[in-house]
Design a protein around this ligand. Sequence first.
Ligand code: CA
Length: 254
Amino acid sequence: MRLLLVEDDDHVAAALSAILARHGFQVTHARSGEEALQALLPAGAPPTVSPYGVILLDLGLPDQDGYEVCGKIRKRTATPVIMVTARGDVRSRIHGLNMGADDYVVKPYDTGELLARIHAVARRTSTPGGGGAGTGTEASAGAGTAGQSGGPGGTVRLGSVSIELPTRRVSVDGTDVPLTRKEFDLLALLAQRPGVVFRREQIISEVWRTSWEGTGRTLEVHVASLRSKLRMPALIETVRGVGYRLVTPGPGAR
Ligand code: CA
């Protein structure tokens, strides 16, 4: 897979490029917003599929605001963008997602997690540029996010809610809660990264495998149903205009 790395710090770029190359990526390095846009397409050309499977975009660039660069990239191509930044607050994340980023990684990040996310967005969008031959798909998926999950294929616990991924069983305070297939898929998706905002389009394409606009209401209905079945209305938070996220309950919360 070809990957466009937008990073003005040569040391960071060199280290990251080496790691990515070891995992089968063909890395093109851009040192500024302008270089990044040049690498994609001339301005004014119709939006199209870029040669890259994924774009890693550092937000602190010398020439342009990283968020604006993201917006410009979005106008030129549908290639997934992962923002990489030291600004980890919720407002910055939401702003990034609003500017069209597909994911948001906060420095300092774990390389395994970054690789897992690159593969995840590439899979989600699977542009022709990203599908390609034998990329190192074995992504050392050490997605050690918030310490919530019991590892891949395990059980995710969120307060009184327990989600058993392999058996697709969900229980609240030890009592099984029957969920529909889509309700489970939706919950399992959000539970992959508690606290992280999932965009509506992203949820719809993952859970319903479609981008049909009418699914939007269906999503709302499923969220409402999950909130009531799990008896934790606050568990799934609506991020207005963006999507949803799981709120990690504090110790002793329910
Ligand atoms: Ca920078």
